[in-house]
Ligand binder design. Sequence first.
Ligand code: ATP
Ligand code: MG
Length: 336
Amino acid sequence: MYVLNLRLINIRNHTNSFYELSNETLFTGENGSGKTTILESLYILFGLKSFKKQPLSSAVTFDKDFFRIESEIKDGSLISDVVCLFNNKRTTMINGEDIDNIVDYVYNHPIACYTPDILGILSKEQQDRRNFIDRFIFYYDKEHIYDIKHYNRLLSQKQAEFDKEASDFIYLDVLNEKIVYLSEKISNKRVKIIDEINENLKELYKSLDFSMENVFINYSSNILNTSLFNKEKFIKKSLYGIHRDKIEMCLDNKIIEKFSSTGQKKTFILLCLYSFIKIIEENRKISIITLLDDFEAALDKKRAEFIKNIFSNSRQVLYTGVDNTRLNFENVINIK
Ligand SMILES: Nc1ncnc2c1ncn2[C@@H]1O[C@H](COP(=O)(O)OP(=O)(O)OP(=O)(O)O)[C@@H](O)[C@H]1O
Ligand SMILES: [Mg+2]
């Protein structure tokens, strides 16, 4: 998939902007000029939510009551118009027709993105790391999202039963049976993708010839420990299952967040992202549009060049940066 152009109406500081995009486009401009907003718009158009942890309504330009993002996309030889309009309720249209199945739409318009905020997944909640990984699993296995939703529903039902004064243990056993089944299914998919990512990371770090070695994602789960169900009955809280999976990003058996520099963390996240993209692209025989916000910041020239080369190699990439004094880009657009 390839984005030919992008028009932004009333989204943050863009009241009416239009950009023709190339295979490799760098947006430059002063702080606050609206570079990240361009990437955010494309993410909203395809992912149907922002990469910022904010409701869509906060992206509407102050004093306006809607935003509109329009784009022409090329998929093989097919060119379609995609419009995302937010007017208290989001509407998304392709060639004038409303989309009715959101899951299919997001699956059919995969998009990957790095923003400086993503570095937070190294330090914040386990839930953020699980979500990061689940999103990529979804991109090559649509069913995964339905399994996660089903699992979360079961957890809520279980908690509601625990919250009753006299819990029905037979009913809890029925729920647990389904929870075990789904936990195994979801966990197997997480293990599989993390194993593949770890293989890729090993190769990438070798070719970069960095001094750090043995970088990997560590995954642990409690799903073999069904004795937790007995403990749950006393503390009346779900202890068993994939909502307690632990995912740690490690360097030589130490957690990256604690011992790595900013550039090392950024390198790690970018190479993880690249590995996810490669796995999905190879599985689905597609190319994934990739957004790299504030790309060069904190990276030395050798890393920036290496990482830019692998990303730009066979997919459309949109970069942003305050200036572009070190690397060459096919298309540079300066935002005023
Ligand atoms: N709802 C809104 N309405 C109008 N303006 C907004 C709204 N939300 C944010 N802004 C402004 O829009 C601009 C968007 O900033 P954006 O983050 O896209 O800039 P940037 O070019 O990426 O900056 P930096 O180089 O600092 O990363 C900022 O000036 C911000 O103050
Ligand atoms: Mg920015």
